[in-house]
Design a protein around this ligand. Structure first.
Ligand SMILES: Nc1ncnc2c1ncn2[C@@H]1O[C@H](COP(=O)(O)OP(=O)(O)O)[C@@H](O)[C@H]1O
Ligand SMILES: CC(C)(COP(=O)(O)O)[C@@H](O)C(=O)NCCC(=O)O
Ligand SMILES: [K+]
Length: 244
């Protein structure tokens, strides 16, 4: 049994795996880290490994206390990955993006793959059919768009997500919802169209906190799997054991 932990910039996601099967999923805040992991390990006493990918401000030291109980692996750029990294600044590539790219490479062999992770930020990652990781894009996520409109202006209220009535927002609130939500959807559809124009055949994986909401609204039909990062962590860890 393996406990996988994804520390994002908004919250922490975790899952216990037995082989490739998820036994249970968890979502919690950063300040609950120790207490929650302790509880999970009490419930799943057969966990042999704790496997972490962190892009948040939680470092390896935060997990060392669990080393008495099980072996801890904190993924870094030094690990083995199943793709050729063509990013010009490989050391600054987010470890979450590396794990997503690894999962896409392992789960969907020998094809072009685009991974879209709609979390705090939207990240786009492209791995071609020869397993070259080429890069992608980073833009603000849904909630970040609402918060930044409020934070950097004097007159815009902080709203929470709501489906806009129309693309023509006829009030301040509707204009914000249209700009944020429609803008979010148009951006992703626009990127997908651009990839389609350049690559004849590719699979799209959509994940992150806003994946389910998005899947229903995109013009392009794509398969959403909000657990893709944790599944990829589990698979990349198996790959590491086999290839180290
Ligand atoms: N309960 C929630 N708390 C925070 N964000 C949420 C929640 N439910 C949905 N979301 C959406 O999920 C996004 C964060 O996704 P997530 O994948 O958890 O981010 P990260 O991996 O960066 O921590 C936010 O932009 C927000 O729109
Ligand atoms: C782009 C990110 C902030 C996304 O974080 P998330 O939305 O998953 O919390 C993270 O992948 C990161 O810190 N990347 C470093 C820069 C890069 O990937 O080039
Ligand atoms: K992301």
């Amino acid at each position: 049994m393996i406990l996988t932990v994804d520390v994002g910039n908004t919250r922490i996601k975790a899952a216990v795996f037995e082989g490739s099967t998820v036994l249970e999923n968890f979502i919690f805040e950063k300040n609950q880290l120790e207490e929650k992991i302790k509880k999970i390990l009490e419930k799943f006493q057969n966990c042999s490994d704790l496997v972490v990918a962190s892009v948040g401000n939680i470092e390896k030291q935060s997990f060392l206390t669990f080393e008495k109980q099980l072996s801890v692996h904190f993924f870094t750029h030094e690990d083995v990955f199943p793709f050729h990294n063509k990013y010009a600044t490989p050391k600054t590539l987010g470890i979450d993006r590396m794990i997503l790219a690894a999962g896409a490479t392992l789960q969907f062999p020998k094809q072009n793959r685009l991974v879209i992770d709609a979390g705090t930020c939207i990240t786009y990652d492209f791995i071609d059919e020869n397993d070259n990781y080429l890069g992608g894009a980073i833009s603000p996520g849904l909630r970040l768009r609402y918060e930044s409109l409020h934070h950097y202006t004097a007159r815009l209220p902080l709203l929470t997500f709501e489906t806009p009535d129309s693309y023509i927002g006829n009030s301040t609130a509707q204009a914000i919802h249209s700009g944020v939500v429609n803008g979010f959807v148009y951006e992703i559809d626009g990127f997908i169209d651009e990839y389609r124009a350049n690559f004849s055949n590719f699979i799209i994986i959509l994940t992150g906190g806003d994946a389910d909401f998005l899947a229903k609204r995109l013009k392009n039909t794509i398969f959403a799997n909000s657990n893709f990062l944790l599944e990829s962590l589990n698979q990349t860890f198996q790959y590491k054991i086999e290839n180290d």
